[in-house]
Design a protein around this ligand. Structure first.
Ligand SMILES: [Zn+2]
Length: 340
């Protein structure tokens, strides 16, 4: 189905009820052939009457004798286990796809009419949906750089200030840096890919580059020693110069990735104010998705993101790994209650 919405109102008019939303999702994920999420069978399932509030939504039971389980298009994907209507999920996905800098949980919650906690949960699940599932190798000319994301030391409460917060790449100083390191690979006229990494050592950075960049590609980095090891596999250009003072020779520069960092940082600071290191990768993925689909129309971008809805499911447990189980259970109950 091709569609083009000029406004969010048009979008909401089109997705007027749950049935339309389910049928839309089926067309995007199944292409006309229902797939059982439990056993993967594509044998035509039995149609059954849906239970619950919406009885007109398409609902099935697997026709494989060994399986025989009920399912809908929501089962097994990022929309599973949530009592929030699919309409609201799709609206949230649309709002995120068309926004230039992302939407804070608070704003999202207000827009789609859920609690802030639910908004936070939906936002993170949708972000997981924006992660590339089968990324191809980057090739051609690739600019590589790292950056540091985190709060400024001068804005911290006295008890939380760190003594030497100056950005440093040496190992013994890194422990005191409260910032998180992000490695970025940007293919000229192509995609960007970013990784939250524990440090800037060669043993950390180089394996990531080797699995993401095609051999014999041309890579451009700054003079950081860790990158020198890549010479065996790539044609390596090292651009000297420190942050803020670039000397560029023709196309030997890392301006694109530097530009990307400023978009990322402005987005994170401007929209989200604070991102905990634990969740930073997903924010990075959201921004990368936005950059990588920059030539698409807003509707194409939305359609593209929905395709991943069947993968990348993110549970509350994965979202909050540091919370002890009893507390998590309590919180989960609360979040579940708001989802209902
Ligand atoms: Zn089955």
């Amino acid at each position: 189905m091709d569609f083009a919405f000029k406004t969010i109102t048009e979008f909401n008019d089109y997705f007027k009820d749950e049935k339309t939303c389910y049928e839309f999702l089926e067309s995007r994920l199944w292409n006309g052939t229902p797939v059982c999420p439990h056993c993967g069978s594509i044998k035509t399932p039995y149609k059954v009457k849906a239970r619950g509030k919406f009885t007109d939504i398409p609902s099935y039971r697997c026709s494989e004798r060994a399986c025989d389980l009920p399912f809908t298009v929501r089962t097994g994907g990022i929309f599973e286990g949530s009592k929030v209507e699919l309409r609201k999920w799709l609206q949230a996905a649309y709002e995120i796809s068309i926004s230039k800098k992302g939407i804070s949980s608070y704003e999202l919650a207000t827009r789609i009419g859920v609690s802030q906690k639910t908004g936070w949960f939906i936002n993170h699940r949708l972000r997981a949906m924006l992660t590339e599932t089968n990324p191809e190798l980057l090739s051609g000319t690739i600019e590589i750089d790292e950056t540091f994301v985190g709060g400024k030391n001068k804005n911290r409460h006295v008890s939380k200030k760190v003594k030497r917060s100056k950005i440093s790449r040496t190992l013994d100083e890194k422990i005191e840096i409260p910032k998180t390191v992000v490695l970025g690979l940007l293919q000229r006229d192509g995609k960007v890919r970013t990784f939250v990494v524990p440090n800037t050592q060669g043993v950390t950075l180089n394996p990531i580059m080797r699995v993401n960049v095609e051999t014999n590609s041309r890579i451009i980095t700054d003079g950081w020693t860790a990158y020198q090891e890549l010479k065996d596999q790539y044609s390596h250009v090292s651009v000297k110069g420190t942050v803020g003072s670039y000397i560029t020779y023709g196309d030997q520069h890392t301006n694109n990735i530097e530009g990307y960092w400023s978009i990322l940082k402005r987005g994170i600071v401007g929209t989200f104010h604070f991102v905990s290191p634990q969740h930073l990768q997903r924010y990075c993925d959201e921004f990368a998705h936005r950059y990588n689909t920059r030539s698409q129309t807003l509707d194409e971008r939305f359609g593209e993101s929905i395709k991943n809805a069947q993968n990348n499911r993110l549970t509350y447990r994965v979202l909050t790994p540091n919370i002890p189980d009893p507390i998590r259970k309590e919180r989960y109950k609360k979040v579940k209650a708001t989802l209902e």
